[in-house]
Design a binder for this molecule. Sequence first.
Ligand code: FAD
Length: 345
Amino acid sequence: APGAKVEKKAAPVPGGDVWSGVWVVIEYNRGEVAPVSWELLGEGRKLANDIGCELAGVLVGHDVEAVIPEAFAHGAEKVYVVDDPVLKDYRTQPYAEAVADLVRRYQPEIILMGATAMGRDMFPVVATKMQTGLTADCTVLSIDPDSKLLLQTRPAFGGNIMATILCKTRRPQMATVRPRVMAMPERVEGRTGEVVREELGMTEDQVLTKIVDFIKGDAKSIFLDKAEILVAVGLGLGSKKNMVLAEELAEVLGATLAGTRGAVEAGWITHDRQVGQTGVTVRPKLYIAIGISGAIQHLVGMETSDSIIAINNDPDAAIFRVATYGIVGDLNEVVPALTAEFKKR
Ligand code: FAD
């Protein structure tokens, strides 16, 4: 009946108390796969090799057929599919139930998902259903060579330390991972594997929420994590009027503007452009850091960029430790000189 609470018993387990395999929940929503899903298949491959087990993708949604070959192309050996009209749009309850049902039945030892809005919403519910732990927002994953358990590393205490966490309940071990932290694996066209299909054990009238409407976000919304070149500003800029230096450089490079929390708090850029622990994680081809000190909370959001150019008048600034090229100098001189030089090319 509508509003009824759905209590599910664990489904019978085909192979007993096995707990084997690395799973990646592939985020598919409104016709798009979140790229972090493929990044995690790349990372999952390494973990599965270290353990000596299988790597599988989990695909929950409606009309997901076209995504299955993509999961294989990105490295999955097996894909678990739950395809049902009830799953047309993301809702916590049926999605979490579908994933938990698969976990009860097939017992993976590790389950990963992107630390996206969907992953952050769904995984705690799945972890609660499975009575296991969850490490959110990991930036490094590895396998302990002795115990073969998953070492889950994430920034803690405001980013001042990196904490490595082990799941006490042991199985399944669950983690969400920040987008863009792991490298995108090579896509191999035509790779195939096994498809396992399961039914959703839930009907529409058992779902407690209903989607009334979708309201489109602001068309001017910034997607920093998709930009190839970022020009990022920090408090070293000194004043809002100096933003013009960064804007001109961004203009000639076709770059997107970004910055530190300091720059956001000063009102020079909007919060959706903040890079770092409490902002967005980025991995552009080029990151130009102007007047940024390189606080750990900023570095965790950008240090895996392909190339980093740092401009700072303090030769000891921490940003130089992660920079590919460091320019020690006054940004009021260096940035216009760079802009003028790029204009010539
Ligand atoms: P500053 O640290 O003040 O650095 C300014 C730099 O500019 C200095 O290195 C200086 O040498 C240089 N400079 C000054 N004048 C010039 C000049 N004329 N030419 C060249 N260089 C010059 N920060 C983030 O960015 N993102 C986050 O997500 C984030 N999350 C946080 C979460 C928590 C819980 C906490 C506690 C903090 C967080 N912070 C975050 C804040 C972070 O700790 C730093 O305070 C912030 O990143 C510093 O910003 P900044 O580099 O712009 O400024």
